[in-house]
Design a protein around this ligand. Sequence first.
Ligand SMILES: NC(=O)c1ccc[n+]([C@@H]2O[C@H](COP(=O)([O-])OP(=O)(O)OC[C@H]3O[C@@H](n4cnc5c(N)ncnc54)[C@H](O)[C@@H]3O)[C@@H](O)[C@H]2O)c1
Length: 253
Amino acid sequence: MLLQGKRAMITGASRGIGKAIAMEFAREGADIILHYYENSKDTTITLKDEAESVAADIRALGRDVHLIGFDIGDRDDIDAKIKTMLKEVTPDVLVNNAGITKDNLVMRMKPEQWDDVINVNLSGSFFLTKALVRPMLRSAGSIIFVASVIGQMGNAGQVNYAASKAGVIGMAKSLARELGSKKVRCNAIAPGFIETEMTAAMAPEAKARLLELVPLKEAGTPDDIAKAALFLASDMSRYITGEVLKVNGGMYM
Ligand SMILES: NC(=O)c1ccc[n+]([C@@H]2O[C@H](COP(=O)([O-])OP(=O)(O)OC[C@H]3O[C@@H](n4cnc5c(N)ncnc54)[C@H](O)[C@@H]3O)[C@@H](O)[C@H]2O)c1
């Protein structure tokens, strides 16, 4: 097993790509810190039930699970919850997966659509990573950012999302340079078009147009991303840092 004896924290792991990564890591021997979306200011926003169900599946594999809920867009909440968490568990692997889209053409984009996407996708990944970097120096760990093909090639109607994901790629490379001497590796995964609830809302014509760009002529699955994350989390990639692994069926080369 590739992650035996490791503890991995995955954000937004109650569904979609994050859930697939958590399950894959658990199958490979890792104990899991399972983050889900909870909003301390608006208590109607909690995905705890969803997360509990994933946690039960992981425990059934014989792994330990630590559940933690916070809003990745709220830096005070991040700091408070991580401080408490670190009294009990410290991750060796961090996967910054949680993310959102709020699409609009630039002329119609509302300031809050820009702010929300940058705040969750870019600033959230930054503040969580910052809160965990020091304790993670103790183990030769691995930090993975889930970016997007859109951060590499751009997309009409997604300036906010593309900027956030291009930012995440720059952050991964800079961190790789900062933390290399401590043997903490930092990489990004740039998924292409993956079937999840995030893409389920797209119009069928928009999906068909995107698939035309994909040489493999099919959408990817959350498990395709989970396999890439496993590679980057494990010693299989011990000499790889600052890399952006495209998992996009050839959509962008
Ligand atoms: N699906 C795709 O085609 C695709 C392509 C490229 C990149 N990605 C990226 O993959 C990641 C996972 O996306 P997915 O497709 O599984 O979508 P998803 O919507 O199923 O999952 C997103 C996760 O992020 C969490 N989240 C959202 N806002 C949050 C907040 N404020 N605080 C805490 N958690 C929050 C959600 O609860 C959910 O668990 C995202 O970063 C997304 O940008 C997805």
